[in-house]
Design a protein around this ligand. Sequence first.
Ligand code: ZN
Ligand code: ZN
Length: 247
Amino acid sequence: MPRVPDSGSRVTALGVAGAPAPQRLTTSFRLGKRTVLDTGAAAHGLTVPERAQLDTILLSHAHLDHTLGIPFLLAEAEFTIYGAAEALDAVRENLLDGRTWPNLEARAVWNVVAPGDSFAVHEFDIEVGPADHTVPCLSYAIGHGDHKLVVIGDTRYSDKVVAWAAAQKPDACVVEVSYPDAMRDISQLYGHQSPSHLRGWREALGAECHLYVTHIKPKHEVAVRAECVAQGDPHLVLLQDGDELTY
Ligand SMILES: [Zn+2]
Ligand SMILES: [Zn+2]
């Protein structure tokens, strides 16, 4: 179980896969009891009583592996949802359009945010940062007490995104690696990263920052995991569904 310095609030990786597969849920992190960052596993990875405690969603971007829980969550409760303007529009127009699912748009308060914005969500101090993906995508710095966790959205390797994360001086950083190094160029084209990109993150974040790898595509899981482990980085952790990060 990965651990970083304990600020007393719990972050749970509900789903960390880059695509669904048996025993593999897609991106969602639960922050405390009431907030989720992305919803890929927010319905499938929580019990009904656990889901009933949620009331806030931070959205990285509109891709289905990150948003598919929203229609199910809104069917059960009202939410406040934060995300990029394009992402919120895409969810409302495509997932809550009254055809693929009932139009539940009115059950949420929709808050547009952009890099540089900061606000409080329950016990957390949130700062919005950039990501460099195929669609508008955000990262989030999640402060609690003196501790800070950064969760990077889906992204290709980008000096701008790395610099933003490093400037947060986080205790831990969740970063995506989707495809093996044999697909490094394609990975960048698709707005994703490969294991060798982690070296740049490590250099920028310093030797002590916990680096949590997420979003591995199940089709390439064996190769990506082996390439990450081969880096021999003692503070590099390959997340699994259900892992708890205290920070
Ligand atoms: Zn994506
Ligand atoms: Zn994704």
